[in-house]
Design a protein around this ligand. Structure first.
Ligand code: 5RP
Length: 220
């Protein structure tokens, strides 16, 4: 089976966690693409969705899921379903490969349950092989690049990408993230950082991992 099939398996398994009448937080990316397809089959059962990106909003609408609600009207959501670029055994993640990390982090913060849907290649022992995305305001890119070099990273501005919020993405290569909480806090403190794609302070609650032997469920 190929990776796309693993993603699909995990995405469809997420339907088991959805209770009728709830509002669903929806992430971004190729795994979530499958989830949106799955969700469209039960769209009459849910109250609406909160989308993490313009691209997911377009996709949701294209699948007939039109009740897309404003994130600002919620302080709490029952469930958030999204993928990750990497996830470790403590359920801490690197996210932001799709440049949607800021809204993703806000939705994760208000969600009671974060279900992370992945293919098995995303599970790692130590975070950092995938370059860590940081959304920064454009005027801060030089300063923040210098600061991440001090902690051992090699920053690169992601080419031809402007986020939904009008900012840029710095991808930080070469980091071996042994203490994800510490690195998340350090980067969060830098002026000009909008969001760091380390989800360590608020990790996932459940992992649904597509594998050769079906979907593996890992709970906190
Ligand atoms: C988007 C994300 C995605 O969850 C992450 O990049 C994984 O994407 P994919 O499902 O395409 O592998 O964080 O900002």
């Amino acid at each position: 089976m190929n990776l796309n099939e693993y993603k699909k398996q995990a995405a469809w398994a997420a339907l088991n966690y959805i209770s009728p009448g709830t509002v669903i937080g929806v992430g971004t990316g190729s795994t979530v693409f499958h989830f949106i397809e799955a969700l469209s089959t039960i769209k009459h059962l849910i109250s609406g969705v909160v989308s993490s990106s313009d691209s997911s909003t377009i996709l949701l609408k294209s699948k007939g899921i039109n009740n897309i609600l404003n994130l600002n009207t919620f302080n709490s959501l029952e469930i958030y379903i999204d993928s990750a670029d990497e996830i470790n055994s403590s359920m801490q993640m690197i996210k932001g490969g799709g440049a949607a990390l800021t809204k993703e982090k806000i939705i994760a913060a208000i969600a009671k349950k974060f279900i992370c849907i992945i293919d098995e290649t995303k599970k790692v022992n130590i975070l950092g092989s995938f370059p860590l995305p940081i959304e920064v305001i454009p005027a801060a890119s030089s300063f923040i690049s210098n600061e991440v070099i001090k902690i051992g990273g090699k920053p690169r501005i992601r080419k031809n990408v402007i986020t939904d919020n009008g900012n840029i993405i710095l991808d930080v290569h070469n980091l071996c993230i042994h203490d994800p909480v510490l690195i998340e806090k350090k980067i969060n403190l830098l002026p000009g950082v909008v969001t760091v794609g380390l989800f360590a302070l608020r990790g996932a609650d459940v992992i649904l991992m597509g594998t050769n032997n079906g979907v593996k469920i890992i709970e906190k």
